[in-house]
Ligand binder design. Sequence first.
Ligand SMILES: [Zn+2]
Length: 386
Amino acid sequence: MTSQTAPPAIPGPDQVRRAPKVLLHDHLDGGLRPATVVDLARECGYARLPATDPDELARWFREAADSGSLERYLETFSHTVAVMQTRQALVRVARECALDLAADGVVYAEVRYAPEQHLEGGLSLEEVVEAVDQGFREGERLARAEGRRIRIGALLTAMRHAARALEIAELANAYRDAGVVGFDIAGAEAGHPPTRHLDAFEYLKRENNHFTIHAGEAFGLPSIWQALQWCGADRLGHGVRIIDDIRVREDGTVELGRLASYVRDKRVPLEMCPTSNLQTGAAPSYAEHPIGLLRRLHFRVTVNTDNRLMSHTTLSREFQHLAGAFGYTLDDMQWFTVNAMKSAFIPFDERLAMINDVIKPGYAALKSEWLFRQTTVTSTSVAPED
Ligand SMILES: [Zn+2]
């Protein structure tokens, strides 16, 4: 007699979308709806959009991000940022961000933006933060009215090439009880080491505040090492190049270098963004993305979107790509999701409540649904004596 165990529950697109998900790395200026970009450009008189038909514009964003040209990739943000210079525009973009994430089954998200990039219309840094916060809260309320629950925290980003990191860190600290949960540093890694902004990181540590650093995306191990050991980052934005410190021998055994060991031993969360990494060349394909090996080695890996507009993606799509490449099941999705929730910047008791009251019951319901369907499918083919 053979024992019957259920095959692993590989989720379909609808299940992936309905599964509760947690998103830690998503840029507000990289996630606008194409139709909103067109509307806002018309309202503020911005005439430099490459297309005014939303579908055409969506295609243009994706092609520019896919082109492999850094110049064209950066140009995409010049358009979105250009239409996000008024209070009204920021409220709308943040509100729609919350609604779109909720519709995708995201239950908790940390969305980041750089306040210093939204001052051209005369807003102050504080007014930018307050407008985005208002939009997130409106979006949360509207989502709830539609029967969807989402909670959003903001991360304030400072640009690596600029000199305002300390000022933005102080802003993040001032608004930490008003919707801002942490700080981030972004922009081109090469030539802009995070150690240039040590004053900002030291300030945040003295204030017992949290921060993540974009590191190890295009640039290698030194960038990850600096972010962790000089700056004291709580999480790594991307961190894919940690793979360079891991050797897989021909017999399949694996050897971790000192830095990779440190990252795994200390449970440093890696905010991985597969599609974005393919577009920037940080990984050659989904199947070859380091996330497969890192998940097997039990690094604290999380799955993220980075820029939903430019990458034409959602968190559900990222999970579907990974399920296709690695055969991930609902159990894997739950593992990534619990990892992400554990790594969030909100207080521990609130993270735990999300895991126990929202995430685990959500996956349990999906898995039982799937098992029930399996039972009904196989019941006709199973002989009574089995
Ligand atoms: Zn990013």
